[in-house]
Write a protein that binds this ligand. Structure first.
Ligand code: ADP
Length: 482
């Protein structure tokens, strides 16, 4: 890996403004999912180091929250600029540890930076309220204050954006934060910590520590100094963390699994629907929590959609993300490949037909062929479970009410998509879908200016937009007798 600035490859954790090793001296290996080659090592930290980072965040809090919003915004703005200035290096680090194609990695750096820019601006707009008094001598007001020390646990599928979506609003609000990135993708996170340092964000305000997920998670959840935990990852772990946070009654933001329906109605523009499905399904090799998981196509256009989608899928280029022209990188590890394969085998055994792809890629390793299945029905695992891979199952439907029922028939409620042109149908379906985010005639909905988050088992809270900063603020009502 040839970085323009080699000092962005950090193999230590960043605690209280210092680069540190684990107390034990233990390390964890980080591998490239495309080649399984070792990229480097990071400290295997645990409870002791997490407690140190939390204490440092507590010590840094009074000075950080005392800055004016404009001063905090200016430091965040510098951090935003540094992410953009170093986007080639950050993208290369990301592709090397996560696998996504370089162009997609660069896109993620821009997206990640956009949250910092947005919240640098929002810091100045943390408005309170005044309320007409309920008695003649009373003056009432509401002010908003930072919740205090916060912690974040993030996944590997978006190594940069999942961090900035949490850290930027936290820091803008005047909170301090300790982050544990996924063990598969620590180098992007550590490079961002280096850039935060260069941006002048003071020691202890933003720490990143790597190591044992269970030990770090336990300490973040049980330590009473931490007033809020923000987590993005699987629903199972989210539920565990919520239970662990109960005794200290922490505020929580949870962005968990999805099982997104993607519906194509008879009157849809089919070419646009295919284009949307390609993005919603195959971006990041199908490894996003908003990826289309179940594609429902109305009977009048089913065959046309299936043919056009499989033709488009046939043009995808699978390979190592750093190579020119690659559109689909490897999956994150062997377990991810096994999951896709098990969903495929189950569907075929129950009668599904493969119309594109359909097996582990000839490159071997963690590469899987982008796949399309027809003749899919609800008895198959793909109907209920999140595949998290490049496998598109096409369900046929005829009735609008029936497809709405099927789309909602899941414990999840993160993202949903549909293509159709009749205005009454569009409103009916958009309102009936039990999802936090709905894309209508588009397969790409993520932006820093809109609220990202889910209903039901997909989590709690929203990230991004003017709403995202509220998650890091406490409301205080002041009643003054005059
Ligand atoms: P994924 O399947 O996407 O890896 P996980 O929920 O397992 O989803 O991981 C998301 C994040 O949660 C990662 O940073 C991971 O290290 C962390 N994590 C996993 N297990 C635990 C746990 N028991 N306690 C705290 N964090 C955990």
């Amino acid at each position: 890996m040839q970085l323009n600035d080699p000092s962005l490859l950090r193999q230590q954790s960043f605690i209280n403004g210092q680069w540190c090793d684990a107390v034990s001296g233990d390390t964890l290996k980080v591998v490239n999912p495309a080649t399984n080659a070792v990229i480097g090592y990071v400290p295997n930290m645990g409870q002791v180091e997490t407690e140190m980072a939390i204490k440092a965040a507590e010590a840094a809090l009074p000075a950080w929250r005392a800055f004016t919003a404009k001063e905090r915004g200016a430091k965040l703005r510098r951090w935003f600029e540094l992410l953009n200035e170093n986007s080639d290096d950050l993208a290369l680090l990301m592709t090397t540890e996560q696998g996504k194609p370089l162009a997609e990695a660069k896109g993620e750096v821009t997206y990640a930076a956009s949250f910092i820019e947005w919240f640098a601006e929002e810091a100045k707009r943390i408005y309170g309220d005044t309320i007409p008094g309920h008695q003649v001598d009373k003056r009432l007001m509401v002010i908003k204050q930072p919740v205090g020390v916060t912690a974040a646990i993030t996944p590997w599928n978006f190594p940069a954006a999942m961090i900035t979506r949490k850290a930027a609003p936290a820091l803008a609000a005047g909170c301090t934060m300790v982050v544990k990135p996924a063990h598969q993708t620590p180098f992007t996170a550590l490079a961002m910590a280096e850039l935060a340092k260069r941006a002048g964000i003071p020691a202890g305000v933003f720490s990143v520590l790597t190591g044992d997920a269970v030990q770090i998670g336990n300490e973040m959840c049980s330590n009473p100094i931490v007033r809020k935990l923000s987590f993005t990852g699987s629903t199972n772990i989210g539920i565990k963390l919520m239970a662990q946070c109960a005794p200290t009654l922490k505020k929580l933001s949870l962005e968990l699994g999805g099982n997104a329906p993607f519906i194509v109605f008879n009157d849809a523009n089919i070419d646009a629907a295919v284009e949307g499905a390609m993005i919603a399904k195959y971006r990041n090799a199908g490894q996003t929590c908003v990826c289309a998981n179940r594609i429902y196509v109305q009977d009048g256009v089913y065959d046309e959609f299936a043919l056009k989608l499989s033709t488009a899928v046939g043009k995808l280029k699978v390979g190592e993300g750093i190579k020119e022209g690659i559109t689909t990188g490897p999956l994150i590890n062997a377990a991810a490949v096994e999951k896709v394969q098990s969903h495929l085998i189950d569907a075929i055994a129950k009668g599904a037909s493969v119309v594109a792809g359909g097996k582990v890629h000839d490159l071997g390793g963690n590469f899987f062929e982008p796949t399309v299945l027809t003749n899919v029905d609800k008895s198959m695992r793909v109907a209920r479970e999140e595949t998290f891979g490049p496998l598109a199952p096409l369900f046929k439907f005829s009735d609008v009410d029936d497809v709405i029922k099927q789309a909602n028939d899941t414990e999840f409620g993160l993202a949903a998509y549909f293509y159709g042109r009749d205005i009454s149908l569009v409103w009916k379906v958009a309102e009936a879908l039990e999802y936090g985010m709905v894309g209508v005639n588009t397969g790409l909905i993520s932006t820093e200016v809109a609220p990202f988050g889910g209903m039901k088992s997909s989590g709690l809270g929203r990230e991004g937009s003017k709403f995202g900063i509220e998650e890091y603020l406490e409301m205080k009502y002041i009643c003054m007798s005059v």
